[in-house]
Design a protein around this ligand. Structure first.
Ligand SMILES: Nc1ncnc2c1ncn2[C@@H]1O[C@H](COP(=O)(O)OP(=O)(O)OP(=O)(O)O)[C@@H](O)[C@H]1O
Ligand SMILES: Cc1ncsc1CCO
Ligand SMILES: [Mg+2]
Length: 262
């Protein structure tokens, strides 16, 4: 974890290309912008080449996929691989919907993904391990989250973030856990989508993927925790608004005093 990456990111203002879902697209764009990145969303394969050229990194979110979009994801992912631009995959609901699982496996077979970010239900499915996922949510399962994340990372030769009350980050060998956060994240749909795109923003700093992924998890979880401490009414909508404000204000020094990372 390296909080200097937050300062680097803000100085760099990297363009993050998102194939987003239509539920949370505006939250993701505003969250990226608030943090200090420059979001761009695209749904058209004809512009894939130009988009990848201007982008620093790419985030592919399976949230509301269509056949047309899956083709765009494959083209954008391959172009990003060729150009050496890091790719993040958010495998929304692959633990609950077999079609999505097959799409994710096909994408992972045809392109290299640098970071997969999902909840326990999604990462367990990709790891080939048993879990009871529920729609877009992690659902109910039992298992060693570190083992699940590591199995997934080794299977796809990439970095994995298994998010939840504790975020587990691993490159298959190294392991970090971020204990910061607030249950309010779960009450606002799209917290995970935002995390995936913030990971892409941190990857643009050119740092080691494992370090960048950890730093992204810490910055979001700590920002949410700070907001939760200050809210008079702990409600999901006020949390979401205050979180975007906090992402624009939070400093490395502030996070350093409260980080719970191992
Ligand atoms: N109970 C909790 N306590 C603290 N932090 C949490 C909790 N649940 C989730 N988080 C945080 O919320 C963020 C999103 O993670 P989560 O696992 O909920 O994603 P997700 O299930 O993909 O969400 P969504 O589908 O709504 O986008 C992470 O930063 C994580 O640390
Ligand atoms: C609710 C929902 N449905 C598909 S994507 C999405 C947003 C969370 O990823
Ligand atoms: Mg999600």
């Amino acid at each position: 974890m390296d909080l200097k990456l937050l300062t680097t990111l803000r100085a760099q203002n990297p363009i993050v290309l998102n194939i987003a879902n239509f539920v949370t697209v505006a939250d993701v764009a505003n969250g990226l912008n608030a943090l200090g990145a420059s979001p761009i969303m695209s749904a058209e394969v004809q512009e894939a080449d130009a988009m990848v050229q201007i982008a620093g990194t790419v985030c592919i979110n399976l949230g509301t996929l269509t056949e047309l979009q899956i083709n765009q994801m494959r083209v954008v992912g391959k172009l990003a691989n060729q150009a050496g631009k890091p790719v993040v995959l958010d495998p929304v609901a692959v633990g609950a919907i077999p079609y999505r699982y097959r799409v994710a496996r096909d994408l992972l077979a045809s392109l290299h993904v640098d970071v997969i970010r999902g909840n326990a239900g999604e990462i367990a499915a990709l790891a080939g391990l048993d879990w009871q996922a529920k729609g877009i949510d992690a659902g109910a399962g039992h298992g060693d989250l570190v083992h699940i994340a590591q199995t997934c990372a080794q299977r796809f030769d990439c970095c994995v973030i298994l998010s939840g009350p504790t975020d587990v980050i691993t490159d298959g060998t190294r392991i970090a856990q971020v204990h910061n956060g607030t249950p309010l994240f779960q009450q606002h749909v799209g917290s995970g989508d935002l995390l995936s795109s913030l990971v892409a923003a941190f990857l643009a700093t050119g740092n080691d993927n494992f370090e960048a992924a950890q730093t992204a998890c810490l910055v979001l979880a700590a920002s949410g925790e700070l907001v939760a401490q200050q809210l008079t009414a702990s409600r999901p909508a006020s949390f979401a608004v205050a979180l975007i404000d906090k992402l624009s204000l939070v400093t490395p020094a502030e996070i350093e005093t409260m980080m719970k990372i191992e």
